[in-house]
Design a binder for this molecule. Sequence first.
Ligand code: GLN
Length: 525
Amino acid sequence: MAAGEQVSNIFDTILVLDFGSQYSHLITRRLREFNIYAEMLPCTQKISELGWTPKGVILSGGPYSVYAEDAPHVDHAIFDLNVPILGICYGMQELAWINGKQVGRGDKREYGPATLKVIDNSNPLFKGMNDSTVWMSHGDKLHGLPTGYKTIAVSDNSPYCGIVHETKAIYGIQFHPEVTHSTQGKTLLKNFAVELCHTKQNWTMENFIDTEINRIRNLVGPTAEVIGAVSGGVDSTVASKLMTEAIGDRFHAILVDNGVLRLNEAANVKKTLVEGLGINLDVVDASEEFLTKLKGVTDPEKKRKIIGNTFIHVFEREAEKIKPKDGKEIQFLLQGTLYPDVIESISFKGPSQTIKTHHNVGGLLENMKLKLIEPLRELFKDEVRHLGELLGIPHDLVWRHPFPGPGIAIRVLGEVTKEQVEIARKADNIYIEEIKKAGLYNQISQAFACLLPVKSVGVMGDQRTYDQVIALRAIETTDFMTADWFPFEHSFLKKVASRIVNEVDGVARVTYDITSKPPATVEWE
Ligand code: GLN
């Protein structure tokens, strides 16, 4: 991507340098809540290789001790940018280390709430704030003031809880303003960006649409074509709609029906995307191909691999068919990567950094010699949803629960056959329908039905039955890292169980999964 096309060159941007704290991404998150654009990069980022000029720099916290031999250190070129700098915890210790090395082990670790006492109320960093609760998480501390600094705030255990350079806008704070336990932390971050860095608060999804459409047009140029896979989920639909707005029918969307999609999914996606949103979409029915390859396979990892590889194969074949139609070359592959994936791949984890490349995308890029286009890579999930609403994508789709790539294949435990998929699909459809009817869909993060590979005895109409078991799952979570099961009313579960057993042939029994994550995962396979 050419430097001139970066979002950080278009919007005023705060650069967050990540030293590996578990809270680093929250700094970015909080600033964006104030319509301030912020981007996070690893602490090892060379400023000369940045390609854009930040309005301010924030140094995050981190697990290291600045005085340790292998501790990460910031590129000193940040001081030549002549923009305000804010060091948070490790970031503050780093500033002190650079200016006199007054950092060492504290007498005791400090973890949890403390009271911030502001000494200099007139300092713009504390505008609109008063003494408040802040969140501490450190074992090291400043043993004295760094050269050229003064104290502007204290706490009981930290005499240098807030410091500032005598003549430059360089700040350090011992606490974490980015976590919600710091009751006025958001205000402090906003003050830093707005009062000190004079960042424009123009990061809105309305502005993003305009700039992104221009950016896509410049990047793709007047003739090149773009191809992308849609899944029926929010990310790929939003990305596709954005591409369509930018380059019209030069964007080709493909939905591969792998035979393990939800009930009536392919037809529904076609209707919404083509008729509703004007997206140039081809639906490819490859269900027989997928199901044939899945025959006899019961191992979950094998199922995932088969589906991933078959997908690449089918997608490439379909892309070939599109080419001769207009005689032009497909040059780009659209991918709905979101900012949390980007953060995950760049976040500082010590000397070795792990980069995660999506299995499917990696393969396609290599085989098809395509360049990647990722219009959502700067956005958090809630920003994507907001964008979706603005682009006119139906509300139900924008707020849809996530659905795994291998689809119902990992919700049919054991061998995947057409008949088994049909049972799981119908049960799932009834379950989701009832959840929506009860007005619970938006309170639940993800819900689905699983078909278990066991048989159980039942009795229906005086006849003995010997049929399968459906397990229902519904979880609440904010980040999908940990999750708890949703506490349905008994009457709700009763209704769903009775409908599934009555309406879905082959099911004799329904159970509800009451395991949290961890120890269980969200999906069963
Ligand atoms: N590792 C440093 C300490 O223990 C910094 C901690 C942090 O940034 N949260 O003090």
